[in-house]
Every structure is written in structure tokens, then in C-alpha cells.
Design a protein around this ligand. Structure first.
Ligand code: GSH
Length: 364
């Protein structure tokens, strides 16, 4: 009969080779992934393709909206501005050390994903909500969130409505190809309210139709309502109702399959947020070039090979983003913040240390 001691001995004899095998395998896997990360190995045939193409043409082709103040909007001379535009500029600064090396492709909500998938644009920074379906089923990759939002409703004050739950028998203007359409359908159905959707592909058509009184309600992301309201003939005649009916985490998107490019775009976003955490701004970063703080030394490229690991020519890639564009707070304040026509408080878009949910993973 076997006693417990002999079972223990047998298990040890069996387990040692197994543990050894796993040890070797573990080592092989971790060194392979380290090589993949730093040596440009990676998976799939498209790894590295986008950066190579972007470098050879000399600019980033960025998909933006057709005109949404605060996010991506052209002026009369064709100069683009907005939080998404500044994100495109940040990616260009990371790659070329020059934020102006960007071309913009204005895209409707409906065509944006196909334009990205077909390679017409390198990157989409177009007030686009990160959803399961888009991330998983459309062959796309969301790299993070540059504006946390939620959907709301705007009405004429003289409609006499104070809450979204009073919206019964209403016509609702919105854009086709958006999460907005789907959320509105969910909201009215769940609350047993009667409604009719009036949808247009072009945002300006939605604004014009609502302004002309063709619908009672305008629904989109609340940041979008704040932006589009500035285009109405008399913005003061309208109000945004208090309820937020959905989560709309808006963020930059790339094609699936080129992990190097996804990493460049993801770490550009992280660098903007990390710089705010480290209190590095466009105005002061030059004076931190020789900082003794290890976190800042890694950020400005004085230590480590983070640029090389991303396939970039310059380890000062994050330094270049901040010196040429600014950190997340600077961008927010000049595009959508309280002092702009949109007048949006930081809210959820404040740093995690200041009551919001913005948080950058460590650069190390
Ligand atoms: N975040 C939503 C809505 C995006 C959307 O297209 N919104 C409209 C209304 S704010 C818009 O961008 N209009 C400006 C344009 O189409 O140029 C989504 O990703 O589906």
C-alpha cells in the first residue's frame, strides 16, 4: 500500500520535468514577445505597414468629421481645429517632430469605417464611440478615449418640456450611421414613448432641419449638441435636457492588423494624458529636458529607448508631442473647455487625481 509520503515523492518526480518544461516554454514565450515588441516582429502581414507608408508620403492622413466645432472643424480658409484635430497633430508630432504634417479627410458618420478599412485614411479621430461591434466585428481597433461623453436631447424652450421622459409623440432629428440612432430607438422603446426618427447623412442637414422646425428634438452626443447649438439661428431658444441616455466613449481608431501603428497612436494618447499628470506643458517642457526625475527623463527621451521600440526615429517623440501641441489639459481648454463656445466642464474628462477618469498607463 502506498502511504502519503511515497505519493508525495512520486508527484515530485513527475512534476519536476513538467515544471522544467513550463519554465523553458515560459522563457521562450516571454523572450519572443519581448523581441516582437522591440524588434518589430509582431503578428500579421500588416505589422509596420502604416508607419512605413506614412513616412514615405510625409504626412498622416487623418479621418475627421465634416464639421463639428470643438472636435474637428474647418475655418473659411480651410484650417482645421478641434480636440480630434489636435490629436491628429499629436500623432504627426510623434512621428515627424512636426505637428503640421497632417492631411484631413472630412468623413460622414456613415462612410468613416469603410474609409479607414480601405486605407484611404491612416487614422480616424472623429468623435467616434467605442462599441463592441465596431471594435470586434468591423476589423477596427480603438486605442483609447480622448473624450468621455453621453447622448442627450435638445429641444426648443417653447416645447415646454423639462425632461426627456416627457418626449412623447415627437419627431427626432439625427445622423445616420451613428450610435445615436440606435440609442434613441432603445430609449423611446424602453420608456414606451412614441417617436419618429428623421435621419440625414450630413450633419449640416440635421442642423438645418432642426433649425427649420422639421423636428421637435435634436439628439446626439452632448458635446455634439453643445457644438451644433452654436450653429442654430438663435441658440438661446434651445435647451439641452438633463438626462444622459448612453455612454459614448469617443476615441481614435485604427485598422486591425498593424499593432505597431496601433501602439504609436495609443501611446500618443497616453503621452498627452501622462504629460498632464507630470505637469509638463508646451510652455515648460523645454526646461525639463535635463530633469533628474526618472519619470520625466523617460518621458522626454533622456532615458530609455521608447521611440525606437515604437519604430520611431526619435526617442524624444513624447517631448515633441508636448512641445509642438501641448498636453491633454491645454488641448481641452482651447477646443471644448469652459472658455470656448462649447463651454464644457472637464467632468469625467478630468484626471483620475482630480475627480475624473483619465488615467495613463506607466511609461516604462
Ligand atoms: N459618437 C457617435 C456619433 C458621431 C456623429 O457622427 N455625430 C454627428 C453629430 S454630433 C457628427 O459628427 N456630426 C458632424 C459631421 O458629421 O461632420 C458615433 O460614433 O456614432
Amino acid at each position: 500500500m502506498m502511504n502519503l509520503g511515497s505519493i508525495g515523492k512520486r508527484l515530485r518526480v513527475l512534476c519536476l520535468p513538467i515544471l522544467f518544461a513550463f519554465g523553458v516554454l515560459g522563457l521562450t514565450i516571454s523572450s519572443a514577445s519581448a523581441l516582437g515588441g522591440f524588434g518589430g516582429g509582431g503578428s500579421g502581414g500588416d505589422y509596420g505597414k502604416t508607419l512605413k507608408e506614412v513616412k514615405s508620403k510625409g504626412y498622416v492622413q487623418c479621418g475627421v468629421s465634416q464639421g463639428l466645432p470643438g472636435f474637428s472643424n474647418p475655418d473659411d480658409a480651410g484650417n482645421w481645429s478641434g480636440i480630434d484635430v489636435e490629436f491628429c497633430r499629436s500623432v504627426a508630432a510623434a512621428i515627424f517632430g512636426d505637428a503640421d504634417k497632417v492631411q484631413y479627410s472630412p468623413l460622414s458618420a456613415k462612410v468613416r469605417f469603410e474609409s479607414l478599412r480601405s486605407g484611404e485614411v491612416d487614422l480616424l479621430a472623429r468623435n467616434t464611440t467605442w462599441t463592441f461591434d465596431r471594435d470586434v466585428a468591423l476589423g477596427l481597433e480603438f486605442v483609447g478615449v480622448n473624450y468621455y461623453d453621453g447622448q442627450g436631447f435638445m429641444v426648443r424652450r417653447n416645447l415646454g418640456v423639462d425632461s426627456s421622459f416627457e418626449l412623447n409623440n415627437v419627431s427626432v432629428c439625427t445622423n445616420t450611421g451613428t450610435t445615436t440612432e440606435l440609442n434613441a430607438a432603445d430609449f423611446f422603446r424602453a420608456n414606451k414613448l412614441k417617436y419618429k426618427i428623421v435621419a440625414f447623412e450630413k450633419a449640416d442637414e440635421v442642423v438645418a432641419a432642426y433649425d427649420a422646425g422639421r423636428c421637435d428634438v435634436y439628439t446626439t452626443d452632448r458635446s455634439g449638441l453643445a457644438a451644433q447649438r452654436t450653429k442654430l439661428s438663435n441658440p438661446r431658444e434651445h435647451k439641452v435636457l438633463p438626462e444622459i441616455i448612453s455612454k459614448e466613449p469617443l476615441g481614435p481608431v485604427v485598422r486591425q492588423g498593424d499593432e505597431q501603428w496601433a501602439d504609436i497612436v495609443r501611446w500618443t494618447l497616453n503621452a498627452l494624458i501622462a504629460a498632464e499628470e507630470l505637469e509638463l506643458t508646451s510652455g515648460n517642457i523645454a526646461s525639463h529636458k535635463n530633469s533628474e526625475n526618472p519619470k520625466i527623463r523617460r518621458f522626454v527621451g533622456a532615458e530609455g529607448e521608447f521611440g525606437t521600440a515604437l519604430g520611431l526615429d526619435d526617442n524624444a517623440w513624447a517631448y515633441n508631442i508636448i512641445s509642438k501641441v501641448g498636453n491633454y489639459a491645454e488641448i481641452y481648454e482651447r477646443t471644448v473647455g469652459p472658455k470656448t463656445p462649447l463651454g464644457l466642464a472637464r467632468g469625467a474628462n478630468a484626471l483620475w487625481t482630480k475627480g475624473g477618469i483619465l488615467y495613463a498607463p506607466p511609461l516604462r
